[in-house]
Design a protein. Structure first.
Length: 506
């Protein structure tokens, strides 16, 4: 028996209940149960929740309801000032949130739109100038609109800061402060802050933004960790690709989301996996908006086997029911591990998360395990402990991978510090750099030395990674000096429970 209230018991109006029913929701999620009545009462909220908890409906539904009396069909832009502003760190999340607002608000007559960088601002001008009640935006592009006077924030009644922890990581706080200065006084608006993690820095931000907030926390962190079967392969860096290819192709998996740390690394791995015969795409901040959306669409439609992603690009993506998330490289920030594996095992479904941990990543693994308060089981191939140098010798793709590694060994990678990764930080260049990368500000907080292999759309390194490990220390060798595995044997550690998806005909 459940004591969960229904949506109509939360005080929502029929226009919204109808849209909720059409979205197929029968019961509110825990964050919705708490957030909807609180926001309807006009209180500020500090929400400890991440994407996947239903938090978007948790704030969008009451916002729409509060704005219902202001709905009108006047053609005058003056009758449609921005009354609710929702800030998100990434374009993808902004798009997703606005789609949700549109879906929930389809019977309300409230106008909404989304603005984000990476696309021509001129396309957005007529829509925002025509007037909209709910604006979803990434911070940089919003400031561009303010500079162009296409958006006026002086009548904002409700301000939402979504994924505040990621905003912090990405160096958006100065922009957010500038935006807050353009809003009516804190006391005159309702403020909602959502963050997957509530650190001291987030609390400080909340102190400046929120007025006697109600704290609402939903514990997805451990839930995600519990519904996802996690395992880690101890593997040399130069064998990761062969292992990944083996995992995906031996099980004919589709929709595998594979995380790496850098945009550069994402492109390279995607190219290499394609060469290995896997249908692959990549999503990261260096790709155009159109390319990112296309990659995402293909992935959602199960037209690709692997999507290689950086943390920030994949952040907040609402992709349901993924069979497998692979941490090809462990994240520098342990919390990112939770975000990554949260892409699978959603809504109680079982999911799998596999991490490929090279010797130099042992420290990162230890930090993740400390955060999880548990150890992640070590997976082995075919019952062998991971010590076979010939592990993949029967697989042509792996031979190729090893050969390529050998060929490049000893060749130091040229520094990339002066690549597009280096963004200008000066106020003068602010507008331009935003137009190009509205959500790519991470380098602002980085040391120059890190710029070499860092990702501008990746959270800054907060802990030192051990880069001194000996990559050959854990080279896969047979437990008893036994060489290799059989070519086609499945990997027992991969207990894939769900049916394999078949690719759609393209
Ligand atoms: P969010 O955390 O807002 O990104 O939501 C994650 C996913 O949950 C989205 O696909 C929503 O459509 C879905 N969702 C939100 N609320 C509910 C609900 N009450 N019942 C079922 N699914 C929901």
């Amino acid at each position: 028996m459940s004591s969960t209230p229904s949506f109509d018991e939360l005080g929502l109006r029929p226009e919204l209940l109808r849209a909720v029913a059409e979205a197929g929701y029968t019961t509110p999620t825990p964050i919705q149960v708490q957030a909807i009545p609180t926001i309807l009462r006009g209180l500020d909220v500090m929400g400890g929740a991440q994407t996947g908890t239903g938090k978007t409906a948790g704030f969008a539904l009451p916002i729409l309801q509060k704005l219902l009396p202001m709905a009108n069909s006047s053609p005058s832009p003056a009758r449609h000032p921005v009354r609710a502003l929702i800030l998100t760190p990434t374009r993808e999340l902004a798009i997703q949130v606005e789609e949700a607002v549109k879906a929930y608000g389809k019977y309300t007559g409230i106008r909404s739109t989304v603005v984000y960088g990476g696309v021509d601002i001129r396309q957005q001008l007529p829509i925002v100038r025509a007037g909209i009640e709910i604006l979803v935006a990434t911070p940089g592009r919003l400031l561009d609109h303010v500079e162009q006077k296409s958006v006026n924030l002086s009548q904002v009644e409700i301000f939402v800061l979504d994924e505040a922890d990621r905003m912090l990581d990405m160096g958006f706080i100065p922009d957010i402060k500038r935006i807050m200065a353009l809003l009516p006084a804190t006391a005159k608006r309702q403020n909602l802050l959502f963050s997957a993690t509530i650190s001291n820095e987030i609390k400080k931000l909340a102190d400046q933004l929120l007025n006697a907030p109600t704290l609402i926390e939903v514990a997805l962190r451990n839930t995600a960790a519990e519904t996802v079967a996690q395992s880690v392969y101890k593997v040399a860096t130069d064998q990761k690709r062969a292992l990944l290819t083996h995992i995906v192709s031996s099980r004919n998996l589709w929709q595998v989301l594979c995380f790496v740390r850098t945009k550069h690394g994402a492109s390279r791995l995607a190219r290499q996996l394609e060469k290995d015969g896997l249908k692959t795409t990549a999503i990261h901040g260096d790709r155009s908006q159109a390319a990112r959306l296309e990659a995402l669409d293909d992935f959602k439609a199960a037209k690709v086997q692997v999507m290689v992603a950086t943390d920030v690009a994949a952040r907040g993506l609402d992709i349901d029911d993924l069979p497998l998330v692979v941490n090809y490289e462990l994240p520098y920030v342990p919390e990112d591990y939770i975000h990554r594996i949260g892409r699978t095992g959603r809504a109680g479904a079982t999911g799998q998360a596999i991490s490929l941990c090279s010797p130099d990543e042992e420290k990162l693994l230890a930090e993740i395990e400390r955060m999880l308060k548990r150890t992640i089981p070590v997976a082995t191939l075919d019952g062998l402990t991971p010590r076979s140098p010939d592990l993949f010798t029967q697989r042509p793709s792996a031979q190729r991978a090893t050969r390529e590694v050998r060929e490049t060994r000893g060749t130091k990678r040229p520094p990339h510090a002066a690549t597009p990764a280096s963004h200008s930080n000066s106020p003068a260049s602010h507008s331009k750099s935003h137009a190009a990368h509205a959500d790519s500000h991470a380098p602002r907080r980085e040391r120059a030395a890190d710029a070499d292999d860092r990702n501008p759309d990746q959270a800054p390194i907060s802990r030192d990674a051990d880069r001194t490990g000996n990559p050959s220390a854990l080279v896969l060798t047979g437990a008893a000096g036994r060489p290799s595995l059989h070519r086609k044997r499945p990997i027992p550690a991969l207990l894939m429970k769900r049916a394999t998806r078949e690719p759609e005909k393209v």
